[in-house]
Structure formats: C-alpha cells, structure tokens
Ligand binder design. Structure first.
Ligand code: OSB
Ligand code: MG
Length: 374
C-alpha cells in the first residue's frame, strides 16, 4: 500500500487565520479569546497536504511566534521543498536539520508532507505513523477560573460531557482552593493540573500540599529549562510529574527520563518539530515505561486532526487534550467535525488527516494569504 513516489512541491499557500474562541482561556502565562494561527497548504501532483502551525501570537508558551514562524517558513523552510522532488517526510527532516530550533515552523511543513504522503498512499495518517486505535480517549484542559465555585461549575459541565480526565490550569495562589473544591465535589474523577512553569523550587511546599488531591500527574510545575529542579521536586512529591514545555526533542525526553525529572510526557507535535520526532519520543518513552499523551494548543481542524492521528499510537495511554472542536469554535474549517462522545474521539478513516477543508469557512476566517512558488 505504501507508495513512495516522490512529490514535487509546486506551490505553498501560507494563510493567516483568526477564529474567535467560545471561551476566554486563562493560563499562568496569559489569556486568549481569539485563536490566531498560520495554516500551510503544500500542493503538488494534484494533491494538497495541510499543516497547522501552533505558534501563538506572543512568545510566552514558546519562544516562537506567528511572525517568527512566518519568517522562518518563507525565508528558510519552504525554499527547501518548493520546486524540489521530496521523497518522504524524513527527507524534509534531514534537509531542515541544519536549521536550529523553530520547531513549530518545521512541524507545519512536516505535518503537511505527512498528510500529503499518506494521501498519496491512500492510508490514514494515524496508520502511516504506526497507530492502530479507532478511537482515542480525550480529556479537557480548563483555564483558570476567577473563583473555586466557578471552577467546580466548569468541571461539572465537562464531566457531564463524558471527558475522561479534567486538567485544571493553576498558578501560585490559585491552586489549593480550586482543587479542594473540585475534589470535594468529584471524589473519583481523573484530575490533573498544569502550571505552565509558574512555580519555583522555593514553592515546593505549596506543590507538596497538592499531593492530598490524588492527582494523576502535575504538568510542568517549574521553569522550562530546568530538568534538574524537576528531578528534585519529583523526589519530594507523591504526585508524578509530567513535562510539557521542557520536552522539545528526543534528546530532552531521554535526559528527563534519565534524570527522573518526569514520570509522564505530554507530546505536542508542534513543540517537538513534527510527527517524526513525536513518534521517536513516543517510542523511547514506551521503552522506558513512561506513558505519554497528546497535548493541545487550541488547534482548529487541521491541527486537531494531526493530533488525533498521532494519539492513535499505542504508547498514548492517557487521555489527551484533544477535546471536541465545538468546545472551542462555533464552526470549524474542516468536515467532518472532530467531535468526541463519552470522552472518545473517533480517528478518521480516510486517507491522510481524513478530514476535508470547508472552503467557505476557511475564506471567512482567513485574514491574509501568501503564495510561494519555486
Ligand atoms: O500548556 O498544555 C498547555 C494551550 C495553549 C498553550 C499551552 C497549553 C494549552 C492547553 C490547552 O492546555 C489544550 C487544548 O485544549 O488544546
Ligand atoms: Mg501544558
């Protein structure tokens, strides 16, 4: 089935997109109410491959931004493929390897090529990556609410929708009170927290106090560049540590596992530079007995479909953040919409990402288009 015809990339279309979110999403690093992103379409051989760049407007979660990604894509990454015959996504990874960092920009191209080659071979993207699940378990990531009471109400709403795990964003001062209220109301749900690096080791006692809430794990409590501090914290807590921002590559994942800095890994395709690196992290974690799950960046349909595909691999053994598109957006740019029922999201069965662009919706949310040819 796998057809390895080379692809000549004739055209790259880079769209700037803005989609209003149905809720304000507050984390320890900022607040978002409109999802702005770059969407990349690579055309050739009568097919289109699609990738969504998860870089955000500001350099707060990651050093990349929409404008740095746009610049790196147009000046360095797209020239590597435009007019060239590319025989696999791995060939692009090799060509792009001398460009340092800029992983979200790289992932946009790599994802578009993965979609393209899976479509050319007539296989679903998840299967082409080694996935076999037909449905993936999903949870939700809930932003910081103004009060414990509102936090409980928000949790109640999502538990009722069947989500398999509730993750609460926390920051110093908005942690123990929220968790205590939620645990009282829901003694048995699978509960986690995500601090987005808002604490220091000096605040370890505040984090240790969260052990009482039987969290499945605590995500990225400390500085993104400090694996050693996470290893120290892990020795002080009963709650397992999950790393997000700290894991940018396979090398980071191996170092974190080796140091005991994490017991769980949140894999995000954009943060690690594409599906190839995400699969290598999955494989290394699996070999070490470390469970992984698929994180989210409030993606629209294309990015969400890529997440669902990778989450179909066997090591993704905990519910991810890829909740229903309709939670985030009034209308999405793909059909069929990616919707979970009872906390299970079906993995599309069609070739490639298995969802089609809705041109009418896409044109309404597109604020700028750049076309690049060889
Ligand atoms: O830390 O996981 C995170 C969103 C944007 C940036 C960072 C993070 C998140 C989320 C939301 O937690 C996950 C989602 O619903 O897509
Ligand atoms: Mg996170």
């Amino acid at each position: 089935m796998i057809d390895n015809r080379p692809m000549r990339v004739e055209l790259a279309v880079l769209r700037h997109v803005e989609m209003p979110l149905k809720f304000r999403f507050r984390t320890s690093f900022g607040e978002t109410s409109v999802k702005k992103f770059l969407l990349l379409e690579l055309r050739g051989e009568g097919l289109s491959g699609w990738g969504e760049c998860v870089a955000e407007e500001g350099p707060f979660y990651s050093p990349e931004t929409i404008s740095t990604a746009s610049s790196i894509l147009t000046s360095f990454l797209l020239p590597l493929v435009l007019g060239k015959s590319i025989s696999s996504p791995e060939e692009f990874e090799r060509l792009a390897s001398r460009i340092r960092g800029n992983r979200m920009a790289k992932a946009a191209v790599e994802c578009a090529l993965r979609d393209f080659f899976a479509k050319a071979a007539g296989v679903p993207l998840g299967r082409s990556l080694g996935g076999s699940r037909e449905k993936i378990e999903v949870g939700v990531s809930l932003g910081i609410s103004p009060t414990p009471k509102e936090t409980v109400e928000n949790v109640r709403k999502h538990v009722a929708q069947g989500y398999r795990r509730i993750k609460l964003k926390i920051e110093p001062g908005s942690d123990h009170d929220r968790l205590s209220a939620v645990r009282d109301a829901f003694p048995d749900i699978t509960l986690t927290v995500d601090a987005n690096a808002a604490y220091t080791l000096a605040q370890a006692e505040a984090l240790r106090a969260l052990d009482a809430f039987r969290l499945d794990y605590m995500e990225q409590p400390l500085h993104h560049e400090d694996l050693v501090a996470h290893a120290e914290l892990a020795r002080m807590l009963k709650t397992p540590i999950c790393l997000d921002e700290s894991i940018r590559s396979l090398a980071d994942a191996k170092a974190a596992i080796h140091l005991g800095a994490c017991q769980v890994i949140n894999v995000k395709i954009g943060r690690v530079g594409g599906h190839g690196e995400a699969v290598r992290i999955h494989d290394a974690a699996r070999a070490a007995g470390v469970p992984v799950w698929c994180g989210g960046m409030l993606e629209a349909g294309i990015g969400r479909a890529h997440n669902v595909a990778i989450a179909s691999l066997p090591g993704f053994s905990k519910p991810g953040d890829t909740s229903s598109s309709s939670r985030y957006f009034e209308e999405d740019i793909v059909a069929p919409a990616l919707e979970a029922a009872d906390g299970l999201m079906p993995v599309p069965k069609g070739p490639g990402i298995g969802v089609a662009i809705r041109p009418d919706v896409l044109s309404r949310v597109t604020t700028g288009i750049q076309e690049l040819r060889a």
